[in-house]
Write a protein that binds this ligand. Structure first.
Ligand code: ZN
Length: 135
């Protein structure tokens, strides 16, 4: 990767794998301007996972859409953004375990969010259920 400031090559000075979200954190140093910055490599789920919608249509998976649907149910909490992000990661991990070669039926996503939210917050579960009923 090139330097974010001067576009010259960089060297990785530290690297850690996250067990939580399958990401890799790297500390980089520029060989030219000596700037340091951090990068995070994460899987590109939109080109890896597809969702089969209720009408049978296939759509690319979007972590952002999942996050927003969860966040809408948790807006009553003070720490809604951090909590929504953590719950989104938990749901995503469970979806990856259940996915059949990258195919996710929409109902699996809804069921998994219901389950994860129900362990966390009753009001959020009810809000989510109102927006995403189990058919
Ligand atoms: Zn530089």
């Amino acid at each position: 990767m090139v330097c974010i400031y001067c576009n010259h090559p960089t060297t990785v000075s530290n690297s850690r794998k996250s067990k939580k979200d399958k990401s890799v954190w790297r500390r980089r140093s520029c060989n030219t301007c000596v700037a340091q910055f951090t990068t995070k490599e994460i899987p590109e789920y939109s080109t890896t996972l597809v969702v089969r919608c209720r009408d049978g249509a296939i759509q690319s998976f979007s972590r952002d859409k999942l996050f927003l649907s969860i966040h809408r149910s948790l807006e009553h909490l003070e720490n809604a953004i951090d909590t929504s992000s953590a719950i989104t990661d938990t749901v995503l991990r469970q979806l990856l375990d259940k996915s059949n070669k990258g195919l996710l039926p929409y109902s699996h996503i809804i069921d998994t969010v219901h389950l994860v939210l129900s362990r966390y917050d009753t009001l959020a579960t009810n809000i989510y259920k109102a927006h995403h009923p189990i058919k």
